[in-house]
Design a protein around this ligand. Sequence first.
Ligand code: FAD
Ligand code: DHB
Length: 390
Amino acid sequence: MTQVGIVGAGPAGLMLGHLLHLRGIDSVILENRSREYVIERVRAGVLEQGTVDLMREAGVGARLDREGMRHEGVYIAFRGRRHRVDMADLTGGRAITVYGQNEVVRDLIDARVGTGRPLDFDVSDVRLEGIETGRPVIHYRKAAGPQRITCEFIAGCDGFHGISRASIPSDRLQTYEKIYPFAWLGILANAPPSSPELVYSLHERGFALFSMRSDTVTRLYLQCRPDDDVAHWPDDRIWSELNARLRTDDGWQPNEGAIMQKGITPMRSFVVAPMRDGPLFLAGDAAHIVPPTGAKGLNLAMADVWRLADAFGHYYATGRDDRLKDYSARGLSRTWRAQRFSWWMTSMLHRNDSENPFDHERQLAELEYLVSSRAAMTSLAENYVGTPLE
Ligand code: FAD
Ligand code: DHB
């Protein structure tokens, strides 16, 4: 028996468990992968100001404060030139922090273990029951055999391919989806970053992104085909493509080094509404996916669980469920804002082969306008650093 059963130990599930703990609410977190797999999974790296503030306020920001890299600007590159967008200047001092998602997950797992509250890895056959009767039960299997937990509520934090959203009858959900005709090949390289800030680049060969993880590790992405396979991308092909797409006329290009990790991420926009069915609440990628160009996925997941923890806290403190009732509408409003921004960044910066020369010139005109107008740069900057949690 627990108050909130949490399915999934990604950033959403772990942060929710921690925020509930701080409010004295008990939870059980179930994860179908191993602890090592979850900690080593390389994904996003850009934390909005609101995510950083949340980690600090929740008491899990010490390593982030030491090792995270605060960036007050970002570069947009096209036609051989890099243009800096001064985010801090345009947003009254807000910035992003570069800190790997897997480091966030590592810090949250350490915090959870420190509380002594349950966090079970390597569980299988997770199944939800009793959602429609309002008496939810999570069934699952551990090495010791089948298990069940009766919950007052369930938080589905199990990502896009999880079982929580799939447990809601489809006629109770509306879904919105857009699939893009490209994907990202991402690598981690043992090479000191050659720029102190990120570079988003549109080249006629396609999009490329320069990012980093530390003084010695560079993170790079390049647009590839959605059906591409990492086997088609030997290291020299990756470097030659990255250099062609990122090199600018002033001679800047990424430093090369040993490639430690490679992976392909498909790109989609996806929203489900509502984000709740009775006692089951969806949060993070279980409820919505954005293409990675705006770096919003992880940050949206954090905003969801911040709101959900606040709603549960209010419910258990006062017996009133008004914030639980508002959870979905408020989440959808933030989601659609992030969807619009992520779609816009993606469309502006990727080469779409089904488009014609008119579209390519329009894309370049959009970039020219962006880097020459303070109003346009402010619009990018305020969305990129993220709106405060509210
Ligand atoms: P997840 O991190 O997906 O966590 C869900 C957890 O639930 C996982 O640990 C999963 O193993 C577990 N789970 C799944 N099914 C079950 C089950 N049946 N039972 C128990 N547990 C289950 N965003 C960016 O901003 N930039 C990026 O570069 C970027 N790259 C990405 C690359 C990939 C391959 C993917 C999939 C996503 C990427 N994202 C990126 C998005 C970002 O990482 C996600 O938005 C973020 O992970 C969302 O956190 P979450 O906790 O909601 O979901
Ligand atoms: C990173 C990922 C993103 O999706 C992005 O837009 C910027 C940076 C990263 O992994 O560093």
